[in-house]
Design a protein around this ligand. Structure first.
Ligand code: NDP
Length: 325
């Protein structure tokens, strides 16, 4: 189940592959160190490409905010999200990838070699894999932060099974909210869909499925104004934005599904800000590839991100071989 982000501190800062004198030229630079970035690193290094991962400010990505991960294959018992990411990092380093815990502040993808600027260094490379992920949008409530990992979640697939036989709220009115709400009826005794308008944004077929599900109750024109509890979520206060009336719902879980914001980039993006891929993992800029939630708004799973990381690394290796860059 989701927990607070403090566990990011568990990442070991001293990489065994940390160069003595700072090396700044690589075959491949991977920006981002979630499942996509680490997997890309493993495959690039095993292809004998000199590879650097620039991890960003939260090495490990969204899984650093997760406790039990039950849906990543290979672990018969649940593994803690931070443990999974630390293990991935060690595996990536063992393969020969250098990992630097720094933040990219600018890139130049117009000229070769590509240039990547961090707060402390300028790096050059022949190919880039962007694996910067996405962040779930927040409601902006104090209780949302207080109870993150203690009943407030941003991923039904990850955390749904922890809310068996409990009443659950899902906030949002798009496809994600409806999909998550419908999925959560497998576990919860009742799912309250809380939407700020009186019409859903979700596709009609998904709406119909939700309307006919006896476990789902809609709360229209409603916003969550407060989340309360002791050690974990116990209730939420809803406000009807038309009438001003307040309602208290006793719930064990609150799933926030109000969209994602992909992390910023300098390649072609779709209207929602996700990277547009031209051919498998290639972006519109030759030599720049993308992997994981930064382009994928459909699956958004650790295992699919890892899969995309593998694909991007294979595509990069082929690109470097074919173009002799
Ligand atoms: P969307 O942006 O489509 O929907 C976000 C929803 O959250 C909207 O209903 C919006 O309300 C609401 N919302 C936004 N901000 C707030 C806020 N601060 N407080 C309360 N409510 C808020 O995001 P999704 O993640 O649902 O979908 C993203 C994309 O992925 C879409 O293109 C979708 O079609 C696609 N998708 C497809 C799926 C499928 O086909 N199986 C599954 C999941 C996603 P309002 O409507 O008032 O703006």
């Amino acid at each position: 189940m989701m927990s607070d982000a403090g566990s990011a501190l568990l990442v070991e800062r001293d990489s065994p592959n940390k160069p003595e004198k700072k090396k700044t030229k690589y075959d491949v630079i991977i920006i981002g160190a979630g499942p996509a970035g680490y997997t890309a690193g493993i495959y690039c290094s095993r292809a004998r490409r000199d590879t650097l991962i620039i991890s960003g400010i939260l090495p490990g990505g969204q899984l650093m905010n997760t406790t039990d991960v039950e849906n990543y294959p290979g672990f018969a018992d649940a593994i803690m999200g931070p443990d999974l990411m630390i293990t991935m990092r060690k595996q990536t380093e063992r393969m020969g990838t250098t990992i630097i815990d720094d933040e990219v502040i600018d890139v130049d993808f117009r000229h070769r070699p590509f240039k990547i600027l961090t707060a402390s260094e300028e790096y050059e490379c022949k190919a880039v894999i962007i694996a910067t992920g996405a962040s779930p949008r927040k409601l902006g409530l104090r209780g949302e932060t207080t109870f993150a990992g203690k009943g407030v979640s941003y991923c039904a697939t990850c955390d749904g099974p922890f809310f068996r036989n409990q009443e659950i709220i899902v906030a949002g009115g798009g496809d994600s909210a409806i999909e998550e709400g419908t999925f959560l009826t497998k576990f919860g005794s009742k799912v309250h869909m809380v939407h700020r308008r009186d019409q859903l944004r979700a596709s009609k077929v998904m709406q119909e499925r939700a309307f006919s599900n006896p476990k789902i109750q809609f709360h229209w024109n409603s916003e969550i104004t407060d989340i309360q509890g002791d050690q974990k979520v116990q209730k939420a206060i809803l406000k009807n934005v038309k009438t001003g009336e307040n309602t208290t719902l006793a719930v064990g879980g609150i799933f926030v599904a109000v969209g994602h914001t992909p992390n910023k980039n300098q390649v072609e993006l779709d209207p929602q800000g996700y990277i547009v891929l031209k051919d498998n993992t290639k972006t519109n800029v030759e030599g720049i590839f993308a992997a994981g939630d930064v382009h994928d708004h459909r699956y958004r799973q650790a295992v699919t991100a890892a899969g995309f990381g593998c694909m991007a690394a294979i595509d990069v290796d082929k690109y470097l071989t074919e173009n002799k860059v």
